[in-house]
Design a binder for this molecule. Structure first.
Ligand SMILES: [Zn+2]
Length: 221
């Protein structure tokens, strides 16, 4: 989940479909290895036109292989940040939650973010906590009645228990208000670590923290 439109691999272009599968520095060499070198292949700005061009002629197998290779699998990560009531960074975490195969895998990453954040706050002996998530679906599952047959019933129950053991309020925030967590989720998705605790902010997070501190402050309901 992200609030930024920039490609997370190269960090220099907008993350459009054609950028991801064709133009990004990480994608282009794959096409060149597959001998797609014609300027027309790289100049097309229309997705359908490009798909039609690539899948016509004798290179159709190579083209399909290239699209499959670049199109999957998608890595999912989670992340979060703990700040005090003045907005100062106290701790953060990120991790790789797995490959996205179905829509429920995104929910898994979102629930893991909440679970790991609450666990970290508990380990830090924080007794009063407001937990913000950009996933309304997660919040409804956590605040709703117990569901025994949900695919993530155990994880949801663990979160409910962590909340009941502490003075924790859980709220929805929009993605714009969640830039730091988004950054950490992307960091987690590109790592191979199940969970990393960032006692001090990772370098790339500093700018986002600074703009958060100087810019908007989020209203609490
Ligand atoms: Zn890129």
């Amino acid at each position: 989940m992200t609030s930024s439109s920039t490609c997370p691999r190269c960090g220099t272009h907008d993350e459009t479909f054609l950028h991801c599968v064709r133009d990004c520095n990480f994608s282009r060499p794959i096409w060149q290895h597959l001998r797609f070198i014609s300027p027309k292949f790289f100049n097309s700005t229309d997705v359908h036109e490009w798909l039609k061009f690539g899948s016509s002629g004798s290179q159709i197998s190579a083209f399909s292989a290239g699209v499959c290779c670049l199109g999957s699998p998608v890595r999912a990560g989670f992340g979060g940040i703990i700040r005090n009531d003045s907005g100062y960074y106290m701790s953060g975490f990120s991790g790789f939650s797995g490959f996205i195969q179905g829509s429920s895998d995104i929910l898994h990453a979102e629930l893991l973010a909440i679970y790991q954040g609450l666990t970290l706050a508990k380990n830090m002996a924080i007794d009063e906590l407001v937990c913000y998530s950009d996933s309304l679906h997660c919040i409804n599952l956590i605040k709703g009645p117990n569901i025994n047959y949900h695919v993530y019933a155990v994880l949801i129950q663990d979160i409910k228990e962590l909340i009941s053991q502490s003075n924790t309020t859980i709220c929805h925030t929009f993605r714009e208000g969640n830039n730091c967590a988004d950054y950490l989720a992307k960091l987690g998705a590109s790592s191979d670590s199940d969970l990393t605790i960032h006692a001090s902010p990772p370098e790339g997070l500093l700018d986002i923290l600074r703009s958060d501190a100087t810019g908007t402050f989020f209203l609490r309901e």
